[in-house]
Design a protein around this ligand. Structure first.
Ligand SMILES: NC(=O)c1ccc[n+]([C@@H]2O[C@H](COP(=O)([O-])OP(=O)(O)OC[C@H]3O[C@@H](n4cnc5c(N)ncnc54)[C@H](OP(=O)(O)O)[C@@H]3O)[C@@H](O)[C@H]2O)c1
Length: 351
């Protein structure tokens, strides 16, 4: 295996920018790298490692010719338009958007949980929503002890989950509010500074929002539990990076908090941070920029004999998006997915 040719669509976005730095941190075996964004960014120069790349606009399938993997991190419309072109050009697409997640022939993957689902993909692989990923990692650890019967989750999602424009809006609105000025909201329907918004995405007929329903359907798909009872309330909070979740889990038999801590500590990609006597627990300000899913406040659910309650925090830009996509690519490489293609071409260059 001599390295792979990769393209990143959405390279100038919040996730795209983090993605490029994780490629470097992990010495991802990229033989070549192409960066794409919208026409607004075409010609922009982006440093990656010791090289500078010029951002291009996608002109058609020919933009992806020779690529092994195309990472798409833009929006649903862009993914729907460009993913088929990349597949047509012979690449595997790893897509961050919700465009393909629930399609039956598209694996929806968190490598620590269901890497085996990658086998037999038909060219497009999706990553889950940034609130689903931490949840399934925690549930997967717990189900080693007992079956998961019901889950209730409330999220506290940071503005970076909405992209660069929303982060700028939180900063500007916060400054304006402190100065006694009002700024009309653009990224959200209501002001986000000094507020919490109990609506992420549009409402569905069943009273849930699309974001909440994504957590339900994606969790069921990843865990292969099509009937899992799950109720979510998704809330946007004025935090820059990291999504937090209050999670209650009902299991098929009682699992003690000590047993749960041991299972979570053993789970790859999960860390237990649970020292209530020292007031230590996961918090976004502490954990932004980290790669693991952190779990604390683990306790017996006082309202249910087989219930556990806990608090979960993860960096939505890293494990919630860019890192998960890169780990999928690493897994594909490990499975030998690009060996035949790479045999005839040049040497690897770690960006
Ligand atoms: N943010 C998160 O926590 C998170 C987590 C999981 C999944 N995701 C998903 O990841 C994707 C990107 O999110 P983000 O937060 O990085 O958004 P963002 O900061 O708004 O960045 C969007 C990126 O898409 C590019 N883009 C827009 N229109 C394009 C077009 N027509 N062709 C090619 N590129 C285009 C933008 O380029 P310009 O700079 O030129 O406008 C920019 O690079 C979304 O699908 C989102 O749902 C995000």
């Amino acid at each position: 295996m001599q390295g792979v040719n990769i393209a990143v669509v959405g390279a100038t976005g919040l996730v795209g920018t983090v993605f490029l730095s994780i490629l470097e941190e992990r010495h991802f075996p990229a033989r070549s790298l192409k960066l794409f964004a919208s026409a607004r960014s075409a010609g922009k120069r982006v440093p990656v490692g010791d090289r500078t790349y010029v951002v291009e606009e996608v002109t058609g399938a020919e933009s992806f010719r020779g690529m092994d993997i195309v990472f798409i991190s833009a929006d649903t419309g862009v993914s729907k338009r460009l993913a088929p072109l990349a597949v047509q050009a012979g690449a595997v697409v790893i897509d961050d958007s919700s465009a393909f997640r629930m399609e039956p022939d598209v694996p929806l993957v968190v490598p620590e949980v269901n890497a085996a689902d990658l086998r037999g993909h038909r060219g497009i692989i999706a990553i889950p929503n940034c609130s689903t990923t931490p949840l399934v990692m925690v549930l997967h650890a717990l189900r080693q002890a007992a079956a998961i019967e019901r889950v209730v989750a409330a999220t506290y999602q940071s503005v970076s989950g909405t992209g660069r424009a929303a982060v700028e809006e939180l900063m500007e609105q916060s400054r304006a509010a402190l100065e006694g000025r009002d700024i009309a909201p653009k990224a959200y329907l209501h002001p986000i500074a000094f507020n919490v918004l109990p609506q992420i995405d549009d409402f569905l007929e069943n009273g849930y929002t699309k974001e909440e329903w994504k957590m339900v359907t994606e969790t069921r798909k990843i865990l292969h539990l099509p009937d899992l009872a799950l109720s979510a309330t998704c809330v946007r909070v004025p935090v820059k990076v990291c999504h937090s979740e209050a999670v209650q889990v009902e299991l098929s038999k009682p699992v003690s908090p000590e047993e749960a801590r041991a299972l979570l500590a053993k789970m790859p990609g999960v860390r237990v941070l649970d020292e209530p006597e020292r007031n230590e627990y996961p918090m976004p300000r502490l954990l932004a920029g980290t790669d693991n899913v952190y779990v604390g406040r683990i306790r017996k659910d006082a309202s249910h004999p087989r219930g556990l309650a806990m608090w979960v925090v993860a960096d939505n830009l890293r494990k919630g998006a860019a890192l998960n996509a890169i780990q999928i690519a690493e897994e594909l490489i490990k499975q030998g997915a690009f060996q035949a293609k790479s045999a005839s071409t040049g040497s690897a260059r770690a960006v």
